[in-house]
Design a protein around this ligand. Structure first.
Ligand SMILES: [Zn+2]
Length: 99
């Protein structure tokens, strides 16, 4: 594997990057959602590239997390969680009536 002989110095690196601010990068519109996007890169808004969904967007991840949480909630046994609270409350009521 070819490897650079010398480390690129900070001065040399920064001189190269000095040009990057001079040019405004080209921006096109997404054919799927018509939002602005960088050409040859998947759309960040809808995750489409060349008419095909290639990556998850932030909204997709939020939806998936909500679904997973919903499934986890459904699997939890509700009777075991609520029963002790009711017993304690009834014992306290009995103790109050005896006084
Ligand atoms: Zn898009």
């Amino acid at each position: 594997m070819p490897v650079p002989k010398r480390k690129t110095s900070k001065a040399r690196r920064d001189k190269r990057h000095a040009n990057s601010a001079l040019f405004v990068s080209t921006i096109t519109t997404c054919p799927n959602c018509s939002k602005p996007r960088v050409p040859h890169v998947a759309c960040r808004e809808c995750g489409f590239f060349k008419g095909r969904k290639v990556m998850d967007t932030k909204a997709d991840r939020v939806l998936r997390r909500a679904k997973v949480a919903e499934i986890a909630q459904a699997k939890k046994p509700e009777a075991q969680v609520e029963a002790p609270v009711v017993e304690v409350a009834s014992q306290e009521l009995e103790a109050d009536t005896k006084k």
